[in-house]
Write a protein that binds this ligand. Structure first.
Ligand SMILES: [Zn+2]
Length: 61
C-alpha cells in the first residue's frame, strides 16, 4: 500500500486520475477513477504531512 497517495487520487486504489484508466482492485474489481470523499482527501493530506515532517524531539526543553 502506498500511504503517501495523491490526495485527489482514486478513492478505491489511490492511483491519480491521469494514470488511472481501468484498474482491478479488490473488493471493487474493475472500476474507473472515482473522486475520493472529502474525508479521504483530508486523511491523505494528514498522512502526507506526517510522513514528510521529522519527529519532534521527545525531550525538548
Ligand atoms: Zn482506482
Amino acid at each position: 500500500m502506498n500511504s503517501a497517495a495523491t490526495p485527489s487520487a482514486c478513492r478505491w486504489c489511490g492511483i491519480p486520475a491521469r494514470d488511472h484508466f481501468q484498474q482491478w482492485k479488490p473488493p471493487v474489481g474493475w472500476h474507473k477513477y472515482a473522486l475520493p470523499t472529502t474525508e479521504q482527501i483530508k486523511a491523505r493530506m494528514r498522512e502526507r504531512r506526517r510522513a514528510r515532517s521529522p519527529k519532534p524531539p521527545a525531550h525538548a526543553s
